[in-house]
Design a protein around this ligand. Sequence first.
Ligand SMILES: C[S@@+](CC[C@H](N)C(=O)[O-])C[C@H]1O[C@@H](n2cnc3c(N)ncnc32)[C@H](O)[C@@H]1O
Length: 304
Amino acid sequence: MPNIRQISCNHWAWALKMRREYQSVSELLREANSLVATSTSPHLDCQLILAYCLGKTREWLIRNSDETICTNKTHHFKELISRRQKGEPVAYILGYKEFWDSTLSVTRDTLIPRPETELLVETILDTFDDAPRLVVDLGAGAGAIAISLALARPSWHLLGVDINPQALIVASKNGAGITNLHWLQVNWGSAFIENSIDLLVCNPPYISENDPYLDGLAFEPQSALVSSDNGLADIYAVIFEAQQLLKPGGHLLLEHGHEQQPQVCKRLKACKFDPTPLLDLQGNPRAVLAKKRTKQTIAGSTDE
Ligand SMILES: C[S@@+](CC[C@H](N)C(=O)[O-])C[C@H]1O[C@@H](n2cnc3c(N)ncnc32)[C@H](O)[C@@H]1O
């Protein structure tokens, strides 16, 4: 027969083991402290990762902070936290990102859609009514812009273009079932005929090869981020193609880096566009909406 002292020791050993393996929600959320070095939002990241592992919402975590979590889920959570500690973005860990009105799948083949890019969707929906149009999203990535526009304007015909076939696989899954939206693997606008498109929207790669900001973006496809000529080569290529492909009076909406707006506007004017510069929610120059001049507006213009 074990004596009382032995029972008590065993009990403590068992209790300690249980404590190690079965942690509560609030204990697991303390892992946020281990993300401080790699994340600007460690608590939010930790909540999102735990909620994902448990199949619950962040609100559930707050209401059930004393709930104990089983060993398998705790292990899974800690594996994902260690990926975050190494700098992997939360969107790749969870496999999705919210954008405008949609939840989009993302993989390492696609850029993670940014909140700044919602400016493009907002500008288009504020500027253009629902009269039928052919609208092309050049460099569609996971499909964020094309899907948002196709859902908001069922009378428009949307084409999402990307050179990367892996990105288009993700985009077409995200856009499954949207009947006014199609995808095309092609180099910018090379598949289209002249004067055929009403509206071109593009968030091209625009970061310069030597920009130190790239160090923090190592997990994302560099082909979606980096462009030569100080980050302007793809922007200039798209402006050149837009000049040919847009109908007279058609529009190009381009996202760019916050220091690139003067060069973008200058190039647009030289290519017979009338540009309107736009700021993002942080007040940074972020995009330009440009109208292709018609024969009449070219004749009346004093620009080169
Ligand atoms: C900055 S990402 C934008 C992705 C998405 N539109 C967004 O806003 O989240 C640029 C995209 O352009 C695509 N791209 C780069 N060069 C291209 C080219 N020559 N023709 C077509 N797409 C290109 C990349 O594969 C990438 O998906």
